[in-house]
Design a protein around this ligand. Sequence first.
Ligand code: SAH
Length: 476
Amino acid sequence: MTRKSKMSKNNELNATHLYNKDDELEVVIDALGSEGEGIAHIDGYALFIKDAVIGDKVLVKIMKTKKNYGFARLINIIEPSKDRVEPRCPIARQCGGCQIQHYAYDAQLAYKQNKVTECFKRIGHFGDEIDTMMEPIIGMEDPYYYRNKAQFPVGKNKEGEIVTGFYASRTHSIIDTSHCYIQAEVNEELLNIVKDFMKEEEIPPYDEENHTGLVRHILTRVGFVTGEIMVCIVINGSKLPSHEKLVDRLTQVKGMTSITINVNKEKSNVILGQKVKTLWGQGYITDYIGDIKYQISPLSFYQVNPVQTKRLYETALEYADLSGNEIVWDLYCGIGTISLFLAQKAKQVYGVEIIPQAIEDAKKNAEINNIENAEFFVGAAEYLMPEKYEESEGQMSADVVVVDPPRKGCEEALLETIVKMNPNKVVYVSCDPATLARDCRYLCDNGFELKRIRAVDQFGHTGHVEAVVGLQRKDT
Ligand code: SAH
């Protein structure tokens, strides 16, 4: 029997002997979980308690027990942590958007940095060298009103009135609110215009259960530098009745640039459909990160925190350490944001992205910035890269490979191809430290070594953290 399984056997005994559903007990929170939930460890048993933070002494009620861990509900704070603060948002606790607004911002940053370190040790099996390698997390000066993109669900409350806002934590019931402390402030005005329009024109909101009704979501994007605003109404149909009236009102808002509808008739949780129709103005907005101007359409991915994104890309650029002669591949490139940022300092950049509209934006973005040394390809990186490598008969190489995958990280087929391409450096930008640590382990087992790591807070008050890692080929 391995050490690990002996441990869980013990914990199992602890668990069944110690706790039952509805038991009430006092615990002290000693850690935060991956979603920002409090954890109290008692004799090796982990109890997860939402809305509690490290240092809180709390009374909790057991909800559910498993072998090595359980879930409990916070009943009462007996002694608050020194880092507990009053959240600015009155609905912070109910809303699923923020998880740790009640935790002092400095403590949030320390938690996030530690989360990255722990993932590298626990999942990546790296040693204590991580502690010294980890550069201080880059926090925000003002962690409020920082998001440039919002997706508000639209529905009905019990009284049958139209509501918009955010989903309550872990549910699909909508908390009716138009003011959000982490979104662009103009959203309140935009939401109220759409809501009033729907009421007056008796346009039914979408009903998830019965797949009836029309308006599903209101998507907004704001260019923080340009002030340009996009509103996209996601509908379960092809037409928005009396849309001229809505356009009339929305165009009164300063900065309005693009009003579109997105057609999504699917019975699914996916927010956006594939088809976008422009009702007024352009089908996109523009914004800047540093000196580079970006065109952003509703379907394209664009980082949600523009101020921190600039810092994130600057860190990636620093880690890439370009001299001007390099061939760079930017995989999962979205609308070419990192690619164009790096193209200024490289000989040639190639970007790869799965969403065709994003690649259209990327090409356009290269053009409007007069960048001629960037080329873009549509495809899944894990298929496209191995294929291209095969076609080149092993000749395709790179000096630097940048990856910025979604949370699930890179497929092994892609990592294998990156290793074969034999770059001097890999710069890994990630929004999930667990898959980041897993993939870095693969690269370090296959000829690379970790050089630098830095977390960047892109998502204040939530449990999420972004990180950048610089890896170097061992024989360089
Ligand atoms: N680097 C960009 C985008 C990062 S988000 C930026 O900073 O803005 C991750 C991107 O990966 C998204 O644009 C998503 O559409 C894309 N993507 C998801 N799966 C992919 C895959 N298998 N192959 C290539 N791109 C993918």
